[in-house]
Write a protein that binds this ligand. Structure first.
Ligand code: FAD
Length: 401
């Protein structure tokens, strides 16, 4: 099934990587995804398979042992993986955000220390901005890093860490307003700390606790956690980039990659929902014919497929823009917004096509229906995307009167 979501202008290598990933998804992910999801079980074997395929190093430069591929290649792989099971794409997303932030902003020593092991999947990344009292309003962060000799002492509580338990390197955004003049803008008071830890739950390093998995309606399998810092001591050379006060910009740069990723996930989940809907519609009969022969259902399929195409095109455009080295916040915001909204709508239409059976846990669409809403929230809600899009449009179309 390859008529929809084609991408023009891919290199032979990109096509080869995508064919390999698609084959892996069809053989190793789709057959087990729903069962693992219902058990909320971490997909250990799938993750090992991804390591063997080299996917943890996909975007990490070759000099550090990765494949040195573009954001576009990565996004297209994520789309394929999310078509199989969205949670698996979540496992690699935060890893890539952290690897990307290291590549773009890390000191040479930080790159040398982490990127080769990240490329192998030995070190696994998570990133942490959100706190119990804030997600959208990053400037309100209260977690704090205070300098003490050659170290920083971190205190605070973080929330919603994707891969919080399974990761071994967390990029944590804290306030670190050492010696700054009164009235310094909040985003200039922030620093990203690279926090190494053991995988698992409980006290994973002195002063650092990962309490346990948050029980979620969907996006199961992948662990989502809190993180509590209580006198956590971090050496000064684990400030990302070596200089304090740049964390907000570093995180926003990483989040742009994350937004393309979430758009790609929306595309993948929507594609799967379309595949399930179009297949079921040809098998289920009512009033003497397959429901696909009723015009109302054909119209649904037409709308679903159009949304799949539109979301894919915008996601590809956003990825290519970032790959070109240009600012892509407008394109990434639009792609994330559109793909997540369309995903929710396409999944709902596929659910409706399934009639009562869509409500049964035996049918894959039931899982997709619980997974799609996360995309409306993660990496910035629809309202936040619209704020970014609106501001950028006003910059671009400034009234000259
Ligand atoms: C499964 C899952 C995984 C996650 N993983 C991570 C992770 O790995 N790392 C991480 O740091 N965070 C993570 N998050 C957190 C996620 O980024 C936040 O939930 C998200 O940014 C929204 O923040 P919030 O939940 O605090 O909602 P709030 O910011 O409280 O927003 C609540 C509502 O108000 C709206 N709103 C807020 N401000 C405005 C405004 N100015 N104008 C109009 N409307 C507004 C929002 O759009 C939303 O509808 C994850 C969340 C989930 C659910």
């Amino acid at each position: 099934m390859a008529r929809l979501a084609q991408t023009a202008g891919l290199t032979d290598i990109q096509q080869e990587i995508l064919a390999t990933v698609r084959n892996f998804v069809d053989k190793e992910i789709i057959p087990v995804a729903t069962e693992l999801e219902h058990r909320d079980e971490y997909p250990t074997e799938i993750v090992e398979g991804l390591k063997e395929l080299g996917l943890f190093g996909l975007m990490i430069p070759e000099e550090y042992g990765g494949l040195g591929e573009s954001l576009l290649t990565y996004a297209l792989c994520v789309e394929e993986i999310a078509r199989g099971w969205m949670s698996v794409s979540g496992i690699i997303n935060t890893h890539f955000i952290v690897a990307y932030m290291l590549k773009q902003h890390g000191t040479q020593e930080q790159k040398d220390t982490f990127l080769p092991r990240m490329a192998l999947g030995e070190v696994r990344g998570a990133f942490s901005m959100s706190e119990p009292a804030l997600g959208s309003d990053v400037s309100a962060i209260t977690s704090k890093g205070v300098k003490d000799g050659d170290e920083y002492v971190l205190n605070g509580q973080k929330m919603w860490l994707t891969n919080g338990g399974s990761s071994t390197l967390v990029a944590v955004l804290c306030r670190s307003d050492e010696g700054l003049p009164e009235g310094t803008a909040p985003h200039k008071q922030m620093t990203t700390f690279l926090v190494e830890k053991e995988a698992g739950f409980g006290e994973v390093r002195p002063g650092l606790t990962i309490p346990g998995k948050i029980d979620k309606m969907g996006y199961k399998g992948v662990d989502t956690t809190e993180l509590i810092m209580d006198g956590l001591r971090i050496p000064a050379n684990r400030v990302l980039g070596g200089t304090t006060g740049r964390g907000f910009y570093q995180m926003m740069d990483g989040v742009e990659v994350g937004r393309v990723n979430v758009a790609a996930r929306g595309c993948g989940v929507a594609q799967r929902a379309f595949e399930l809907g179009v297949s079921y519609a040809q098998q289920r009969h009512t009033f003497g014919k397959p429901i696909a022969q009723h015009q109302a259902i054909q119209f649904k399929l037409a709308e679903m497929a159009t949304k799949v195409e539109a979301a894919h095109a915008m996601m590809v455009n956003a990825a290519r823009k970032k790959d070109s080295g240009e600012r892509n916040d407008l394109e990434a915001g639009m792609a994330k917004y559109l793909a997540s909204e369309y995903c929710k709508e396409v999944v709902e239409d596929a659910f409706r096509i399934h009639g009562g059976y869509g409500f049964s846990k035996e049918y894959e669409i039931e899982r997709l229906y619980r997974e799609a809403p996360m995309l409306l929230i993660g990496e910035g809600t629809a309202e936040i995307q619209k704020m970014i899009i609106g501001r950028r449009l006003l910059e671009e179309y400034r009234f000259q009167g």
